[in-house]
Design a protein around this ligand. Sequence first.
Ligand SMILES: C[S@@+](CC[C@H](N)C(=O)[O-])C[C@H]1O[C@@H](n2cnc3c(N)ncnc32)[C@H](O)[C@@H]1O
Length: 281
Amino acid sequence: MKEDQPSQKLYEKDIMANPKTGAHGYLTTHFANRSREQQSQGWSELWESGQTDFWDRGKPSPALIDFIESATLPRRDGRRLRVLVPGCGKGYDVAMLALHGFDVCGLEVSERGAEVAREFTTSQLSNPSELNFGSKYTHSMTGCVQIIAGDFFKRDWEKLCFEGDTTGFDIIYDYTFLCALLPVMRKDWAHRMSELLAPDGILVCLEFPLYKDLNDIGPPWGLSGVHWNILARGEDGIISEPGEQGEPLNGKFKRTSYFKPPRSYESGRGTDMVSVWMLKK
Ligand SMILES: C[S@@+](CC[C@H](N)C(=O)[O-])C[C@H]1O[C@@H](n2cnc3c(N)ncnc32)[C@H](O)[C@@H]1O
């Protein structure tokens, strides 16, 4: 699995399509005129017809690997840390996290997507690719993987995760999930994150795409300044300019770390950022 797979090129091509000239990419055309209620169906159709090349990067996130191999993470006595990956796609990051010793729940709105993720994560756990590991990897016990078909914005799937333990996830990881959602869904994304995260858990976001104009049509929707707007300021995230990352801070989250990852996907064009968030006490 190489960095520059055909799949990645397709996604790049799609991103670069110019909505101002009417040259929409395939994804933007596929989702054009779909209401909020029709979004999940739109994703399921892509999975059913095998059109997942638009976002499939072919490997787990180098930025996330480096982060979990070096960060000081919350501790739990007597059990492994529990991670949620919403909109997990084929499950590259789910498998990688389990191989690093986390118990991981991958959530996919598409039944077919969940099936693909189950097959892929099972094969990785029995025969891991070296792409799962960074330079600081030290072997730990492999964690469990659960792939659940469910809608992030509904609560019915939560009882299926970790036998319904309601203490919240220790880590939630978002990459290309927020940018896949209609801008009107951003406020609810932030609200759901606040419901799902454990009181001392961390929300880790690999912010992408930060180079895309906020006014251009998605998915993927440009996100420059959006995380700050919804998580720190508590606003609706529908912004046309990135703005200052300042007050008012009426959101439920505080940002504890923000950095440019030394390694990330080529498609981030050197602009990807990692932000780490905790719930305010
Ligand atoms: C752009 S893809 C990214 C997938 C994955 N994060 C990756 O990097 O390969 C967005 C994914 O989110 C899923 N998705 C969209 N809406 C969702 C929802 N409401 N709940 C759960 N998954 C959703 C889609 O089916 C799709 O697989």
